[in-house]
Design a protein around this ligand. Sequence first.
Ligand code: PLP
Ligand code: SF4
Length: 368
Amino acid sequence: MRNRLKTPEDFARHFELSETERTAIAHAADRLPIALTPYYASLMSRTDPEDPLRRAHVPREDEFIISEGESQDPLGEERHQVAPGIVHRYPDRVLFLITNQCPIYCRYCMRSRLVGKMDREHLVPVSQWEASIAYIKSNPDIREVLLSGGEPLALGDERLAWLISALDAIDHVEVIRFSTKTPAVMPQRITPGLIKALKTDKAMWMALHLLHPREFTPEFIRAVDRLTRAGIVLTTQIPLLKGVNDDINVMKELMQRCVRHRIRPYYIFQCDPIHGSAYLRTPITRGLEIIEALQGSLSGHAVPHYVVDVAGAGKMPLAPQRYTHSADGYHHFINFRGEHAQYFDSESPALYDSKHDANSKNSATRKN
Ligand SMILES: *Cc1c(COP(=O)(O)O)cnc(C)c1O
Ligand code: SF4
């Protein structure tokens, strides 16, 4: 953390910067601070600004352009904030934003309104955690607590251990889930001390923020092994980004490596329309093409859900349309090879009405 690239000089020393990167780096902090761990910077090309990991983490002037449909809070989280750092949008689980610091700042971050803003370690001062925990305690419907931020593993071991034991003491909390980018960008953080701090009687799940197969280095794989051996269930959440991973072969390789290392692919997220994100967003139809290609070539457990998070409404899963129509009790389908098939079930009406017509929508995912 101490050795991160943070100043324009640090970036100029490590990279051969393009004009647009140089200009953007000088002004980036007005929008979202810049920081890169030396480890993660070492995975990027020093010379090519279009290198996928560099494109997602080194600013360029495009991030100052605000486009139609973009907002500072694309998920409408502010409205669902019910206690310090607690976003309660779904009945059985809460999101608990425990810090605003990250080891690196992703230019597409949907919480760029919050992260890195204050020069303090915590988004929620520890004194306020008592109120957050009291909220969880007083709501027996909450079965799962998602620890996020910022980067939850940016907190020290003792603070994390304190928080985990506070959640451990709440009977109705069954699952503690971390949402973290640390294993990919600072695998050195996954120490035996951290593993000890995370010890809990609850089920612990960890969703790893990943982008690209290149992140599977020996250091990352060692960190992942430590987590899985500690009994933590690993999944992954992958933002879909233009010029970074909006490519069938890149995604396929990423999923194969995840499964090989006991990480269950969970979500591919359509990039949230945060201010200045247009250059990193790719069309929804592209996401559907990628899912269709994955379905056609990988095990079911290697194919994540593709979701668009819609402001105020929640996550909308999208899938290639396999159902075409029904006639005379037969429901008609088209498989991943483009072959037609039918299933007899006279008791069900057509699964979709004309407003929801499978034939006219999602045509990008159909080959015929
Ligand atoms: C995404 C999200 C969750 C978790 O949703 P899952 O589908 O269970 O991964 C919980 N709370 C909020 C506010 C979220 O945005
Ligand atoms: S690690 Fe997560 S919270 Fe931090 S900048 Fe990246 S996307 Fe945002």
